[in-house]
Write a protein that binds this ligand. Structure first.
Ligand SMILES: Nc1ncnc2c1ncn2[C@@H]1O[C@H](COP(=O)(O)OP(=O)(O)OP(=O)(O)O)[C@@H](O)[C@H]1O
Ligand SMILES: [Mg+2]
Length: 686
């Protein structure tokens, strides 16, 4: 029978009935989809890891090949009975690329004590049995016994603790031969100290991982040690430029250790800073100032460029702007309030007269004789001598006063000296020259009683707004004033004179600074002289003497014109000379007493914001400050009277400051698409 196919009921494959989806299921599906998209997207982006990862990693039994570098890890297996302090230092100072990993695993004292008790038992038994046999004594065993007994005592009393200690060194070289040579060298450096090292064999990958800064000890090759020898393994003692006191000056470029130093621990606390313009002299001094202030030291600065203002505002310092128009006056006739000063009022007055004559020579001196040295004729000199003494006497300040009387006496001013001179014979010329400073254009500067206050941890004198002609005498007066303050109260102080070559231009001021530098130590004062004019400074006998009397010296980038003189003065080697010529900003050589090291001066981000003189950064800071003030409608408050307010302002300015360069890079390095993905609502991604 034929079947009519067409008549058959048509079979239709019914699709499985689609169940309606619940909202949860829909949500899960959407999430899955987003995750899938995210994964696909991620595959196409580049991460920092991709950029820094080596292109290949080949593991060999005794070395690794990391990209095109040959890498080998060594570990220490045994130590001698005695290890000297800083035994790791030669490795740190070894001139090769290497990583060092140290692991310390504390062990409970009880465990060790139990072990030691057993060992002591064994060793004692051996000694006794030797004795009984009549064998000669064995010094090795006796020493071991003594050591163990000592350790048991120390552990029980808690003087020592016990650790398992691991030390690994990984070397990175360009060729296999170099790797072998360097490995031998390191082995012999350790071998000389009776420390035995081995190369990681069939464990090169684990060795490499163990010296990565991840804290993974995959080798676990440890040596039992108690606290004292472990403490001696601290490697950064390459030179005494690292001390446990003092402040951070920078990074030692020989071995990346820190240059921590207390300048007051040297023979004298004076410092000189030499470099070309823009090499970072002021920057490093400001950094030092910020950090020494943390240690409670008082700081006084002479600032000819008004660049220490931000620093002063930030720490609530007193900022004194010395200019013809300003209210801040310093009287050159001031005398120190001699507290605890040995000597007599007569000595004090005499030295004041000499200092004043020095100042007057700068102010009204004239070329004398054939050599045209600025000064006075003998007649003028003796006239001035008498006149100054008389000017003091006019205010009842005479050598027979007591210190107590002197403390309340009011010193004369320049006008008084002029009056005295006018009453003397043949002084018309001197008076005429002096009038410029009492009645003429320059009358505002040196002819009034002192109004400056120095009761602050940081006091800065700015002389930027002074005419060039007046600067040397103003700085002279300021330094004299500071000297009086210093002598009046013994305190740990630092005086920084920026652009000190202003003072080297006149013999009198150079002599004065030299005398100050020489005597500073006795008053617990450290004088920092900063100059860019190296040739002028070192060409001057007083300048040279200042260098000899400064235990701390910082040399940053030098110009080819001055580098020879510098090399000669500081006994630099040829390579040090080149180092200085090619130094980047903030890099140079740091001398502390007889030791020196290449230094890189680094500041934290916050410090940098306070001390930078980079015009671009300053503009941005200025803008940020202005915006802050506008948004809060606050008025600028005078910093000298409102340190708190300014401090808050500076902090705020810092917070709203533009991004750090690294941060800016980070933002730029993020592809825009990635930013968009991150901006998706979170529930869609997860
Ligand atoms: N260690 C450093 N790290 C980063 N920036 C620095 C460093 N040292 C200096 N700078 C920057 O370099 C520039 C010049 O520094 P600085 O003002 O200290 O130079 P200087 O030697 O005092 O120059 P001048 O003799 O003209 O006064 C500044 O913009 C400063 O911010
Ligand atoms: Mg400077």
């Amino acid at each position: 029978m034929a079947i009519d196919v067409t008549k058959l009921p048509q079979y239709q494959a019914t699709p499985p009935e689609e169940k309606p989806k619940t909202p949860e299921q829909l949500k899960v599906m959407a999430e899955k989809e987003t995750l899938e998209e995210e994964r696909t997207y991620r595959k196409g982006t580049i991460t920092i890891r991709d950029l820094i990862a080596p292109s290949s990693f080949e593991v060999n039994p005794d070395h690794l090949k990391l990209g095109n570098k040959f890498v080998r890890t060594m570990f220490i297996v045994t130590y001698p009975r005695y290890v000297g302090i800083g035994w790791g230092a030669p490795i740190i100072n070894y001139n090769a690329t290497l990583d060092i990993g140290m692991f310390f695993y504390p062990v409970k004292s009880e465990v060790i004590l139990k072990q030691l008790r057993n060992r002591v038992g064994i060793v004692e038994a051996q000694i006794i049995s030797d004795n009984e046999k009549g064998a000669p004594r064995d010094p090795m065993r006796e020493t071991a016994l003594q050591d163990m007994e000592q350790l048991r005592d120390d552990l029980t009393q808690g003087i020592e603790h016990f650790f398992q200690y691991a030390f690994y060194v990984t070397l990175y070289c360009d060729t296999k031969e170099e790797l072998d040579t360097r490995t031998n060298e390191i082995e012999s450096i350790f071998g000389a100290k009776l420390i035995y090292t081995k190369r990681g064999f069939y464990q090169s990958e684990q060795g490499f991982n163990s010296t990565m800064p991840l804290g993974n000890d995959e080798l676990m090759i440890t040596f039992n040690m108690n606290t004292s020898p472990i403490a001696s393994s601290f490697p950064f003692i390459s030179s005494d430029l690292t001390s446990d006191r003092g402040i951070l000056y920078g990074i030692n470029r020989h071995n990346n250790s820190l240059i921590l130093f207390d300048r007051f621990s040297l023979q004298n606390a004076n410092a000189v800073v030499f470099a070309t313009s823009g090499a970072g002299k002021s920057y490093s001094v400001k950094l030092e100032v910020l950090r020494t202030m943390m240690m409670g030291t008082d700081v006084i600065i002479i600032d000819p460029e008004m660049e220490y203002r931000t620093l002063s505002d930030a720490v609530g310092g007193t900022y004194v702007n010395v200019s013809l128009a300003s209210e801040s006056k310093i009287n050159p006739f001031d005398l120190p309030r001699a507290v605890g000063e040995e000597g007599s009022v007569e000595d004090l007055l005499r030295s004041a007269v000499i200092t004043l004559k020095g100042l007057l020579r700068i102010m009204i001196g004239q070329p004398i004789g054939q050599s045209s040295v600025i000064g006075f004729t003998p007649t003028e000199d003796s006239t001035l001598d008498r006149a100054i003494i008389e000017a003091y006497a006019k205010k009842d300040i005479t050598p027979d006063l007591t210190f107590a009387d002197l403390a309340v006496a009011e010193p004369p001013v320049l006008q008084d000296l002029q009056d005295v001179l006018e009453g003397m014979e043949n002084t018309g010329d001197l008076v005429a020259r002096l009038k410029k400073y009492t009645e003429g254009t320059f009358a505002g500067l040196l002819n009034s009683p002192t109004t400056v206050e120095t009761k602050n941890q940081l006091v800065i004198f700015s002389v930027r707004d002074l005419e060039d002609e007046l600067r040397p005498m103003a700085i002279y007066t300021i330094v004299n004033y500071i000297w009086n303050v210093v002598r009046s109260e013994r305190k740990k102080r630092v005086l920084a004179i920026d652009e000190a070559w202003w003072l080297m231009q006149h013999e009198d001021s150079a002599k004065f600074i030299f005398a100050l530098v020489k005597r500073a130590r006795k008053y617990y004062l450290g004088v920092t002289t900063i100059t860019q004019d190296v040739n002028d400074f070192l060409g001057n006998p007083y300048g040279k003497a200042i260098v000899t009397n400064s235990s701390m010296q910082l040399l940053l980038k030098q110009s080819p014109a001055s580098v020879d003189l510098i090399a000669e003065t500081f006994n630099l080697t040829q390579s040090e000379k080149y180092l200085l010529m090619e130094a980047a900003v903030g890099e140079g050589i740091f001398f502390a007493g007889p030791k020196h090291a290449a230094i890189k001066i680094v500041a934290s981000y916050t410090e940098d914001q306070l001390i930078t003189t980079n015009p671009e950064q300053l503009l941005e800071l200025e803008k940020a400050k202005k915006e802050f003030e506008e948004s809060f409608g606050t008025q600028t408050v005078a910093p000298a009277t409102q340190p708190e307010a300014t401090r808050a302002k500076a902090a705020q300015a810092l917070e709203s400051a533009p991004l750090k360069p690294e941060e800016q890079e980070k933002v730029v390095a993020t592809p825009p698409a990635q930013v968009a993905v991150q901006a998706l609502p979170t529930e869609e991604i997860t």
